[in-house]
Ligand binder design. Structure first.
Ligand code: MET
Ligand SMILES: [Zn+2]
Length: 393
């Protein structure tokens, strides 16, 4: 399969790298993470098992489960923790490495947006937060680093600048859609800033459905190329359909986070996603919230020819439903073919439900953001009264 090499060697050689899926969401469903704070950990045996399932599904990267594990986030959520932030981050690195070494996978240490940025701490304060997590990643010798889930490109740039200090490869993904970041910076401009800050891989994760994310990365790629810069591209979208979202993505859907199930992509939707991503030139293709191991397996199956083989989990899955040839019912046997699953339109089974929702939130768009651009007004609690004021004026 993949030649042995670091992330950049693999991407430079034109290989497809498959990412993993959504850990906080998957662990919440299994009863180990609480939605809201999203910070409960550590969870050794479950976490090890989830890494293994993604590895078996074809993931080439094990991301450390260090999302929202910065000291300020752990404290800010008041979790009564019996471990320090450093211990939590270290345990996550050990687990990711343990499982990665069972297969052909790299370990990526991850940092994400901080409450410190939103509450307007200085650049040096915010950077100090990233540095603490980074010290653990260096100590544990992760293979590369990912700054993911940033709504504000400014904070992502700060993260990249800190991560760069290690000389390890750095990837950066924003949780934005085609309209850009929460200050209205376009995807293209965001990407150029991240590449200039030293990220070798740029893209988006979370907040929007796969095809919207691919579209956003396509805009990033065009701008980076236009600026005469070079980078690799990465996409790790939601596994939920979000055609009705505004600029903040699925957070604003009334179904977030406990009623999203009818929106889940099928494995066949994932084939389409993987092909689209590949066709626009994205070579690091993975998932975020909602992605379960079988979604990653579908990505790996779609790209099997490019990758030179199928993942281990495909042993239990005939490509395009081939396993159904052994079904007892003839009409089900007739479904053992690609065009059946490609054209099947799944029903939701909910006759009284709408196809689309109206996003909540306070409709904070670029225009509103311009009115309230002071950084101290970027958390929702702080935005609401300002927006109400805007409306009544
Ligand atoms: C809310 S985005 C979460 C990203 C993180 N890599 C996770 O899967 O948990
Ligand atoms: Zn996510």
């Amino acid at each position: 399969l993949l030649p042995i090499g670091g992330i950049l060697e693999r991407l430079d050689a034109g290989e497809v790298v498959i990412g993993d899926g959504g850990f906080v969401f998957a662990l919440e469903k299994r009863g180990y993470v609480k939605a809201g704070p999203w910070t409960q950990r550590p969870l050794p045996s479950t976490l090890r098992q989830l890494h293994r399932e993604f590895l078996r599904a074809g993931a080439n990267v094990m991301q450390t489960f260090t999302f929202y594990a910065s000291d300020d986030k752990l404290e800010n959520r008041g979790s009564k923790l019996s471990f320090t932030g450093a211990q939590i981050n270290a345990a996550a690195c050990d687990l990711a490495r343990e499982v990665a070494s069972e297969g052909d996978a790299l370990v990526a240490g991850g940092v994400s947006q901080t409450p410190s940025y939103l509450s307007c701490k200085s650049e040096s304060d915010v950077k100090a937060i990233f540095k603490k997590q980074l010290d653990v990643f260096v100590d544990k010798n992760v293979d590369f680093l990912i700054a993911e889930y940033f709504e504000h490109v400014e904070e992502a740039v700060w993260a990249v600048e800190v991560l760069k200090e290690t000389k390890k490869p750095v990837a950066a993904t924003l949780c934005i859609g085609p309209k850009g970041d929460m200050h209205g910076v376009s995807p293209g401009d965001c990407a150029v800033r991240l590449v200039k800050a030293g990220a070798q891989i740029v893209g988006v994760n979370c907040h929007f459905d796969p095809l919207t994310c691919v579209e956003t990365v396509k805009m990033m790629k065009a701008a980076v190329e236009k600026a005469g810069l070079k980078a690799h591209y990465m996409v790790q979208p939601l596994a939920f359909h979000t055609p009705d979202c505004n600029c903040q993505g699925f957070i604003d859907l009334p179904e977030f986070p406990f009623g999203l199930e009818p929106r889940i992509l099928t494995r066949w939707d994932m084939h389409k996603y993987a092909r689209e991503a590949y066709n626009v030139g994205i070579r690091y293709i993975g998932g975020c919230c909602g992605f379960e191991p079988y979604h990653i397996r579908a990505v790996a199956e779609e790209l099997a020819a490019e990758k030179g083989g199928l993942p281990a989990a495909s042993e239990k899955h005939g490509t395009w439903g081939a396993g159904l040839e052994m079904h007892t019912k003839p009409w089900v046997r007739a479904r053992a073919r690609r065009d059946y699953w490609e054209n099947m339109k799944p029903a939701s089974g909910r006759p009284l439900c709408p196809a689309m929702s109206t996003p909540d939130g306070w409709g904070v768009t670029k225009g509103d953001a311009d009115l309230i651009q002071q950084k101290e007004a970027t958390t929702q609690d702080q935005l609401k009264p300002l927006f109400d004021r805007t409306k009544s004026n």
